[in-house]
Design a protein around this ligand. Structure first.
Ligand code: RB5
Length: 141
């Protein structure tokens, strides 16, 4: 499974922490930037990341900004993207099981590096339950 990662300056540090987890577990990923803590505009990175899911390059994405909110707002405007801003394990698990979220949004000013890694791990290892949830997701478009 290919993962795509993106961040602005507010999410750069947790993106790097998540990359450490992905490297340790041999999960393949593409990092679309940004690549340092210089101030950048999060919509640029949200759109770039979503395009990698839309064109089939990656299955799931992780977007990091200061709060996760701006990234999720932009991502949810992109066709076929279901982004969830998360900071707790229960919501993270059910965003995959029930909502088939394909983009996890995290806030570098909200969660620690350790929490970001835990949430990324849970998100990537939880499967969509399908069934009745499939019908509801079909109603999104
Ligand atoms: C940048 O300061 C900040 O606004 C951004 O990282 C994010 O939190 C937006 O939602």
């Amino acid at each position: 499974m290919m993962i795509v990662l993106g961040a602005d300056h507010g999410g750069f540090i947790i993106k790097e922490a998540i990359k450490k987890y992905l490297d340790e577990t041999n999960i393949e990923y593409i990092d679309i930037g940004s690549y340092n803590t210089e101030s950048v505009d999060y919509p640029v990175y949200a759109k770039k990341l979503c395009s990698k899911i839309q064109d089939g390059t990656a299955e799931l994405g992780i977007l990091c900004c200061g709060t996760g909110i701006g990234m999720s707002m932009v991502a949810n405007k992109q066709k076929g993207i279901r982004a969830a801003v998360l900071s707790d394990e229960f919501s993270c698990e059910f965003s995959r099981k029930h909502n088939n979220a394909n983009v996890l949004c995290l806030g570098g000013r909200v969660v620690s590096n350790e929490k970001a890694m835990e949430l990324a791990k849970l998100f990537l290892n939880t499967q969509f339950e399908s069934g009745r949830h499939e019908r509801r997701i079909a109603m999104f478009e």
